[in-house]
Ligand binder design. Structure first.
Ligand SMILES: [Zn+2]
Length: 496
């Protein structure tokens, strides 16, 4: 199964985890080194001026969010937004624009949940289907709530009599005692065991005030789970927990999801061929897909708008840089970085010629610079470029290794991969929630991020020397080890 080994989703879908793993060198440094050649400086000023004064990123973002809405991968809205983005690249005069397909299991929320507590009191409660889980039966699910304290198949089988016919409310404190990552790795098997003993559904409590629920998946991969799994609002979870201490609780709920099986999904790829070394390329990418509660403005309409506006600004220079620049808008990121992973699989033979990858997916806060993913050589080589970003306040370089978005599988390829470093103080306020809408995006921060990506990307493509070599297996493993990622990547099957 293509998706059985996806790991990285976890860092995205699992609510209690930090979004990234901090590497061995905690240093984050503002760079100040005298640089650089005047022509590059001039082109950078031109790019930044174009973007900061005449930028289109907010317009792109408004189209993405208001015209297409949420862009959940495998839905028509995603597909339409991919086709629109391809047209936009062509409208910039970029000739080499492709939709590159990959396949994944489809899922879409058709009818939101209606849910009630029936006893001990009769009142509405807030819950929502988790992604890539099935609909309830047409007439809904009605039953007694029982706590699920163990996420272990053996212990579940031993309690088959207790769980049969029940709705199981997961207690994260005990059920996830061996860590959420480990729990999620085996979640599909646990749900299957629960289905086999006749449990009706699983509820997983969320942790946000006002019963706000985040969109996320219930397991690894995109195989639809064996039984319905829903996220339950925090206050309603607490009500049920208090009520369970006094006696029995019954609830009922109903919702409908579409699960069409395999769906073809498009990554959008646009290339400006290099004028001297067209076979060497840098990639500037962001995921186009979003979760479905909001309209994915922060995550990751903002990154997609950045990629589009960087392409527009570079294309408008009239002269291609020395090396090729590929612009990528990925699908399937939220379900496990599936689009970028598929792209690497389809372009394995070209990875030696990939000079660098720039990814942007850390929200709409103020951009500060780049995360160099634990690499000293990249850090040193980036200093002169970083220096050019000083007046944008984008000259911070961080060693942080973040394994939660589309640069991640490029890190495993040993390719120099940089992830935009952004102030994430307010990221979680709207992350995967219905409040992830365009009003949360600051146009100035978005334009600044766009200018930083454009200058960095253009400079990397233009410089006489390449940024840093492609790393071999042992050097990559060393980075993963220091970032405490190695064990997990081995367990998930992503690293041998
Ligand atoms: Zn994202």
């Amino acid at each position: 199964m293509k998706n059985s080994k996806i790991l990285l989703t976890l860092l995205i879908i699992s609510l209690l985890l930090p979004l990234s793993t901090v590497a061995h060198q905690p240093t984050t440094t503002k760079v100040s080194v005298n640089t650089t050649n005047s022509e590059l400086q001039e082109t950078s000023a031109k790019l930044a001026g174009n973007i900061l004064v005449n930028g289109q990123a907010m317009n792109y973002l408004q189209t993405l969010t208001d015209r297409f809405g949420a862009r959940l991968t495998t839905t028509k809205a995603y597909q339409r937004s991919a086709e629109w983005a391809a047209e936009e690249f062509r409208a910039m005069g970029i000739k080499n624009v492709r939709l590159e397909k990959f396949t994944m299991d489809g899922w879409e929320r058709v009818l939101s949940a209606r849910a009630r507590m029936l006893t001990p009191i009769d009142r509405p409660i807030i819950l929502h289907s988790m992604g890539w889980t099935p609909s309830t039966p047409t007439n809904g699910i009605k039953g007694e709530v029982v706590l699920l304290k163990d996420f272990s198949i053996d212990k579940i089988k031993a309690q088959a009599d207790i769980f049969k016919g029940k709705i199981l409310l997961l207690d994260p404190n005990t059920a996830f005692s061996e860590g959420r990552l480990n729990a999620l790795l085996k979640a599909s098997d646990v749900y299957l065991a629960l289905k086999e003993i006749g449990a009706q559904a699983v509820l997983i409590p969320d942790q946000y005030e006002n019963n706000i629920v985040k969109a996320r998946k219930a397991s690894f991969g995109t195989k639809v789970t064996a039984l319905p799994v829903a996220a339950l609002g925090s206050e309603d979870n607490q009500l049920i927990r208090r009520s369970l201490e006094k006696g029995s609780v019954t609830i009922e709920f109903q919702y409908e999801n579409r699960t069409p099986g395999d769906v073809q999904v498009d990554n959008v790829i646009a290339e400006i061929p290099g004028r001297e070394k067209p076979d060497e390329w840098i990639l500037i990418g962001a995921h186009l897909d979003s979760w479905d509660f909001g309209t994915g403005a922060q995550d990751n309409g903002s990154g997609s708008a950045t990629v589009l506006d960087v392409a527009r600004a570079i294309a408008s220079l009239g002269q291609a840089p020395r090396r090729s620049i590929r612009f990528a808008l990925w699908g399937g990121e939220e379900q496990g970085l599936l689009g970028s992973k598929a792209y690497i699989g389809a372009h394995k033979g070209e990875m030696d010629k990939c000079i660098a990858v720039l990814n942007t997916d850390n929200g709409a806060g103020h951009p500060n610079g780049w995360k160099v993913q634990g690499r000293n050589d990249v850090y040193e080589a980036m200093k002169p470029i970083s220096n050019m970003l000083t007046s944008l306040n984008g000259n911070t370089l961080s060693y942080e290794v973040s394994f939660n978005t589309d640069h991640a599988y490029f890190v495993l390829e040993g390719v120099p991969a940089l992830d935009l470093l952004v102030d994430m103080a307010h990221y979680d306020d709207v992350h995967h929630k219905s409040s992830d809408t365009i009003d949360k995006v600051n146009p100035h921060s978005l334009a600044t991020a766009t200018a930083i990506v454009a200058i960095t990307g253009y400079t990397l493509a233009e410089q006489p020397k390449t940024l840093a070599p492609r790393l071999g297996h042992d050097a990559i493993e060393e980075i993963l080890k220091k970032a405490n990622l190695l064990d997990f990547l081995k367990k998930s099957g992503d690293w041998k």
